[in-house]
Design a protein around this ligand. Structure first.
Ligand SMILES: *Cc1c(COP(=O)(O)O)cnc(C)c1O
Length: 427
C-alpha cells in the first residue's frame, strides 16, 4: 500500500487489498495446506525457488496480510507473526545467535523476557549481560564482547515504564557492529516508530494494544531492512553463509533486505513451529483497524488518572512518563510526543501490604494477568508476573515491591477515577 497514506489509513486498510470480486474483509485461510498441480511446482517451493504457500507452520495468507500491515505501520520491509510475544522475542535473537554467542539486554525488560534471555537462552549456550538502559554510552559499551550479536531493550519497559533513549542505544549497537532489537509493545507504532531513530528490528507482543481486546495471544517481528549483515559476514554466518538445510542457500545473497525475515520464516518456523493461528491473526487484524483510535484514548485517560493519583494523599509515588514529574518525561516527549502508553505504576503509603489490600477493593478495574487492553486492569508484579525474580533482581529491574501496575482502559475516565477513589477511601 502507498507509503503516502497516513498511519490511520494503514491501520484500517493495509495488508489485505482484494482483487475484483474477492472478499472485502481479510479471509481466514483455515487450511493447514495448499494444493499444487505438479510435483515440480511444490518442489520449487521447498527449495525457496518460488514464492508460495505449502504448509501453515511456515506461512499462511491470513497471517502474511496481517504481518504486512504491521510492517507498514512500523515502516519496515517485512514482518512475521508468531504465536506469542515470547516467541517473537526468542526468534528475534535466535535468528542471529547460536551456542557460544552473547547478547546485551536492558535489565528493565518484561519479566518473561528477562527469564527467556537470562535463564532459558543461557541453557542453550547463548550468554546474556544485563545493563541499565539509563547508563551512559560508555558504560553500556563496556558490556560488549567479541561474540556479542545483538543489543535488546524495550521502548517503554513493562512495567517499570523506563523510556528508552533509542538513538543512544542504536549508536552503541552500531558502533559494536550489531543490530538494536527493540520490543515496541507498549507505545505501538501509533506512538513510536523505532526505525526512525535507528533501531534495526522491532518485536511486539500483539496480545496487548494491537489486539486490544484481550482475545488472542500473539507476537510479531518486523525488520527495518537497514542492518547490513554482509558487512559482518563472520559474525552472522546463519545469514551470510550457505544454509545446509536449504541446499546451500545464502539468505543475504538470495533475499537481500528480506534475508532476516525469510530465514526466520523458512528455518526457525519450519523447525520450531511457533506460528500464530490464522484465527488469531484475523482477530488481531480487527484490533489493528482501530489501533489509531484506541491508543490516544488510552494515553489521554492514563494521564488524567496519573494526575489524579499524584495529587492524592494516600499515594506514595506515581510513575507515568506523561507526567512532568517523571524522569523520563523529556525522552518521552522526544520519541513519543503523542503519548507513551496507557499503563501507569504507583505505590500506596504504607508499602506492599497496603498496596495489595487496595487492589482487592477495586471494582471496575479487574485483577488479571494482562495489560494494555480496552478494559482497565490491575496487577501486582512482585506477586504475579515477576514472582520468579529475587528482591535484588526486582530492584535492578526498577520494580518496587509495592508497585501496582495499572493499565488504564478506554472506559469513561471519570468512572475509572471514581473506582480508584472508593478503593483508596477503603484502605
Ligand atoms: C506481554 C509482553 C511480552 C510477552 O508477550 P506474550 O504475548 O504474553 O507472550 C513481551 N514483551 C512485552 C513488553 C510485553 O508486555
Amino acid at each position: 500500500m502507498s507509503n503516502g497514506y497516513g498511519i490511520e489509513t494503514k491501520c484500517v486498510q493495509s495488508g489485505w487489498q482484494p482483487e475484483c470480486g474477492e472478499p472485502r474483509v481479510l479471509p481466514i485461510y483455515q487450511s493447514t495446506t495448499f494444493k499444487y498441480d505438479t510435483s515440480d511446482q511444490m518442489g520449487r517451493l521447498f527449495d525457496l525457488e518460488d514464492n508460495g504457500y505449502f504448509y501453515t507452520r511456515l506461512q499462511n495468507p491470513t497471517n502474511d496480510a496481517v504481518a504486512a500491515k504491521i510492517a507498514e505501520l512500523e515502516g519496515g520491509v517485512a514482518a512475521m507473526l508468531t504465536s506469542s510475544g515470547q516467541a517473537a522475542n526468542y526468534f528475534a535473537v535466535f535468528n542471529i545467535c547460536e551456542a557460544g554467542d552473547h547478547i546485551v539486554v536492558s535489565n528493565s525488560v518484561y519479566g518473561g523476557t528477562f527469564n527467556l534471555y537470562g535463564t532459558t537462552l543461557k541453557k542453550q549456550g547463548i550468554d546474556c549481560t544485563f545493563i541499565d538502559p539509563d547508563a551512559s554510552y560508555e558504560e553500556i559499551g563496556a558490556a560488549f564482547k567479541p561474540n556479542t550479536k545483538a543489543l535488546v531493550a524495550e521502548t517503554v519497559a513493562n512495567p517499570s515504564l523506563v523510556v528508552l533513549d533509542i538513538e543512544k542505544m542504536a549508536k552503541v549497537a552500531h558502533d559494536h557492529g550489531v543490530p538494536l532489537i527493540v520490543d515496541n509493545t507498549f507505545p505501538t507504532p501509533i506512538n513510536c516508530r523505532p526505525f526512525e531513530w535507528g533501531a534495526d528490528i522491532v518485536t511486539h507482543s500483539t496480545t496487548k494494544y494491537m489486539d486490544g481486546h484481550a482475545m488472542s495471544v500473539g507476537g510479531c517481528i518486523v525488520d527495518s531492512g537497514n542492518f547490513d549483515w554482509t558487512a559482518h559476514v563472520d559474525k552472522y554466518p546463519g545469514l551470510t553463509r550457505p544454509d545446509e538445510s536449504y541446499h546451500g542457500i545464502v539468505y543475504t545473497e538470495k533475499f537481500g533486505k528480506l534475508a532476516y525475515i525469510t530465514k526466520a520464516t523458512s528455518q526457525l518456523m519450519r523447525d520450531l513451529g511457533s506460528i500464530q493461528s490464522p484465527q488469531n491473526a484475523f482477530l488481531l487484524n480487527v484490533g489493528l483497524e482501530t489501533l489509531h483510535l484506541r491508543v490516544p484514548r488510552h494515553c489521554e485517560n492514563a494521564l488524567k488518572v496519573a494526575e489524579y493519583l499524584e495529587g492524592h494523599e494516600k499515594i506514595a509515588w506515581v510513575n507515568y512518563p506523561g507526567l512532568e514529574s517523571s524522569k523520563y518525561h523529556t525522552l518521552a516527549e522526544k520519541y513519543m510526543p503523542g503519548g507513551t502508553c496507557g499503563v501507569i505504576s504507583f505505590g500506596l503509603k504504607g508499602g506492599r501490604d497496603v498496596s495489595v489490600g487496595f487492589m482487592d477493593k477495586l471494582k471496575l478495574a479487574a485483577i488479571v494477568t494482562h495489560v494494555a487492553d480496552a478494559r482497565t486492569c490491575v496487577l501486582h508484579p512482585a506477586s504475579h508476573t515477576h514472582r520468579q525474580m529475587t528482591d535484588e533482581q526486582l530492584k535492578e529491574a526498577g520494580i518496587a515491591p509495592d508497585l501496582i501496575r495499572f493499565s488504564v482502559g478506554i472506559e469513561n475516565v471519570k468512572d475509572i477515577i471514581a473506582d480508584l477513589e472508593q478503593a483508596l477511601e477503603a484502605v
